[in-house]
Ligand binder design. Structure first.
Ligand code: AHM
Ligand code: MG
Length: 340
């Protein structure tokens, strides 16, 4: 008998049609991350009452100040994955190097790369934050793993997702067969399928970018945004709206539900830095999700998921969202710097 109630994440993952394509080991591995996110959602939801607002007084390897909640979220994810038979190694924004899981539970077949709390500048102002994860096949047993084994292009991802801790907690997931979103029922602790088969429309009239950095962008990025702002009086012939949350998980969820283009481009103020966002645990998982929803993800000159990483914490420019807009940015970049 079917009740018509939304199905839960576990049943969705273990449903025959999904098990055939992803295997029950990967399904259970994803469930480990969902389990961890319930704890993080609880802490984020308690706000100041959890006693975790503010700086932890330390910096990560990228020289960014860590918030208490960054570190606690990292610990929650480590605990959930270390004591599970599905994983052999982990890498995180908040850890200098990857860690191999060498305990008695076993040496699972998966690597997890994650940003435990993305958008952490939003923590203290009660804004939306989230967890981003990417799951890669482990090429070796844990005993033999090194950082180099994590340096796989985004096309190798078996699954990717993010949890958005907003007014409601939402888990967005792809295993390479479309994109589905689940809302956490805080009463039962279950993630329920609430937005199946998400599609990002090819066209949009909304962009998300930190406009205060305009003077540092390359000429084609300036031109693209200037033309959006010119609206109906410019070459686009219609008006755009801008939304920017300062939290990639919130901006990306918005474009998955509506439409949009999100940009975090290279900036001339730090010319040796490819961009702000990190390839392995921010750009790649978001690119996998958005491509699976029919959108596109590019550096302006290259598909993000084709980049061969050379560093765990490598950065890249991110131009992601509605396909026709991403392709328009790529055309402007190609015109500015034609291939030789
Ligand atoms: P974080 O992982 O340290 O939180 O940094 C990533 C965040 C993204 O969520 C967001 O899109 C971007 O940084 C915002 O940066 P800015 O404040 O420079 O606009
Ligand atoms: Mg982040």
């Amino acid at each position: 008998m079917t009740t018509g109630a939304p199905i839960g994440l576990k049943r969705f993952l273990l449903d025959d049609s999904h098990t055939q394509s992803i295997g029950s080991g990967l399904a259970s591995a994803i469930d480990d991350l969902a389990q961890a996110s319930r704890k993080i959602a609880h802490l984020v939801g308690r706000g100041s009452l959890a006693g975790m607002h503010g700086s932890a007084g330390s910096e990560n390897i990228q020289g960014e100040t860590q918030k208490k909640l960054d570190i606690v979220s990292n610990d929650v994810l480590l605990e959930a994955t270390t004591w599970s038979e599905h994983w052999s190694g982990l890498a995180s924004e908040e850890m200098d190097n990857a860690v191999a899981i060498r305990n008695t539970i076993g040496q699972g077949g998966w690597l997890c790369v994650f940003d435990p709390l993305d958008g952490s500048s939003n923590i203290d102002i009660n804004g939306s934050v989230g967890t981003i994860f990417s799951i890669l096949p482990s090429p070796k047993k844990a005993d033999e793993l090194t950082d180099a084994d994590f340096l796989q292009p985004g096309t190798n991802q078996a699954a990717a997702g993010f949890m958005l801790y907003g007014p409601a907690t939402v888990l967005v997931l792809t295993t390479g067969d479309g994109v589905n979103a689940f809302t956490l029922d805080t009463g039962t602790g279950e993630y329920l399928l609430t937005a199946p088969d998400l599609i990002v429309p090819g066209d949009t009239r909304e962009f998300a970018v930190n406009m205060s950095n305009r003077r540092y962008w390359s000429a084609p990025i300036q031109r693209y945004i200037d033309e959006c702002i010119a609206g109906r009086s410019g070459p686009r012939g219609f008006d755009f709206s801008m939304r920017y949350a300062g939290s990639m998980v919130a901006d990306l969820y918005r474009l998955l539900i509506n439409s949009g283009i999100f940009l975090y481009p290279w900036e001339s103020r730090d010319p040796d830095r490819a961009g702000k966002l990190r390839l392995l645990y921010e750009a790649n998982p978001m690119s996998f999700i958005v491509e699976q929803a029919g959108g596109a993800a590019s550096t302006g000159t290259q598909r993000i998921m084709d980049i061969q990483p050379n560093n765990l914490h490598q950065r890249c420019p991110v131009i992601i969202g509605s396909k026709n807009e991403v392709e328009r940015v790529e055309r402007l970049c190609a015109e500015a710097e034609p291939a030789s």
